[in-house]
Structure formats: C-alpha cells, structure tokens
Design a protein around this ligand. Structure first.
Ligand code: PRP
Length: 215
C-alpha cells in the first residue's frame, strides 16, 4: 500500500463534484478535508487511501485528464463532447441527466426545416457546429456565448440556441421551446490513457465498484 502512488481526481466544481463525492463515499472513498466548505484549498488529500482530489472548472477537467495532471476526471458529457480531449470515457455515472437541444421561439422551428442560413448562439460551438454541419447539413452562423444563452433569440442576437435543457423551466419562463433534441447528457468518468495502462488494477476496481452503486 505504501508504495502506491497517488491517484488524482479532477472534479467539475459544483453539483457534479458533490454528487461524485457522495458516490465515492458509498464505495468507502472519503475525503474529510473536502467537507469543510469554508476552506479555500484547491487540492485535498486522503493520505491513507493515497488519493488526491481537486475541484476545477468543468470545462477544464478533460484538459487536466488529457495531460495527466489528473488520472481520473468527472464531468458532464456535454463538456467531453465540446472539448474533444484525449481520454478514455469509462463510466456513465447516471446523474446530472439532461439533454442538449436546439431551442428557440416556436416560429423558429420552420427555419430548421429548409436549410436556411440562420444564427445559432451557444456555449457549445463545437457541438452546435457538428450538429448543424455534419448531421443536418445546414450551414449556420454560430455565435459563442458564455452564459444565459436563452437571451440570444429574445434580444435578437440569434434565431435559435444550442443549450442544455434539464427541467425546461428556463426555456418556459422565457417563452422558448425545445425545437430539436441533439443528444442525452449525463455525468461521465474519464481516465487518462497512460494512467489506465499504469494503474489498470486500481482503476478497474474503482470502475467496478462504482458500477455497482450508480446503476
Ligand atoms: C444551464 C443551461 C440552461 C439551464 C437549463 O444554465 O445553460 O440555461 O441550465 O436548466 P433548466 O432546463 O432546468 O431550466 P446554467 O445554470 O449552467 O447557467 P448559464 O447558462 O448562465 O451558464
């Protein structure tokens, strides 16, 4: 045990990290240090189990994992698709379920039918591009936004948006609708490709234990 190296987890900050920690606790992996909400520390260690955890912005998690700064990452499949980093996606953790959709005012539905040149606002320009160019074969103008994307069609920046829909209440409260569904989303575990070779046994065991509790 003492010769083991630390396995490092990068967790997407917020709800995903909290849910992941709950899941890890169920398989006996704990990190007491992380429970202190007043702490400003960025990295937390479980000396006994030789584990380290850090909280990162969700969109940075695949980057840490690709470069091996983290062996394991937990992040939404939206981020995995958008970032297209090299890593093994090993497990659907079954929480954080939502959908990536094309949304807009009902009238905009018509614009999606005839390959018209339209404006699409999104925090996910790569997902939007892939969907419109490769799946729908529709040439569109994609405008990258960083949040509150629903504003796009409301203030006349774009015709439609590509965004995450969870409960649908943000759309509903802003008079918008799901026009097309792109794909379902959920939290996924990703693993650095070299770590998977070097620490196969430990990581496989972890995946198997998590499978038992998350399905
Ligand atoms: C996400 C997403 C939608 C909203 C969907 O935004 O971009 O705006 O949640 O959830 P709902 O269907 O349950 O209403 P987030 O809260 O991450 O904020 P942001 O858009 O400002 O990044």
């Amino acid at each position: 045990m003492s010769n083991e190296r630390y396995l490092t987890f990068a967790l997407g900050k917020g709800r995903l990290a909290n849910k992941t920690l709950e899941l890890l606790e169920q398989i006996g992996i704990t990190c007491e240090e992380m429970k202190d909400k007043s702490s400003r520390k960025l990295i937390f260690v479980n000396e006994e189990q030789k584990l380290r955890f850090f909280l990162a912005k969700g969109s940075d998690v695949p980057t840490y994992v690709e470069y091996g700064a983290a062996d394991i990452g937990v992040v939404g499949s939206d981020t995995i698709l958008e970032e297209s980093r090299k890593a093994y996606e090993v497990l659907d953790l079954g929480f954080g379920k939502c959908r990536m959709c094309v949304c807009g005012p009902e009238e905009a539905g018509e614009l999606l039918q005839h390959h018209e040149m339209i404006r699409v606002a999104s925090k996910y320009p790569n997902i939007a591009k892939d969907y419109f160019y490769n799946k729908k074969h529709q040439t569109v103008d994609i405008i990258k936004l960083n949040g509150s994307v629903e504003l796009g069609p409301i203030v006349g920046l774009s015709d439609v948006i590509v965004d995450i829909v969870e409960t649908g209440s943000t759309l509903h409260e802003n008079g918008l609708k799901v026009l097309e569904e792109i794909c379902p989303l959920s939290a996924r575990m990703i693993v650095n490709q070299v770590s998977m070779q070097m620490e196969t046994e430990r990581i496989r065991k972890l995946i198997d234990q998590l499978k038992e509790v998350c399905q």
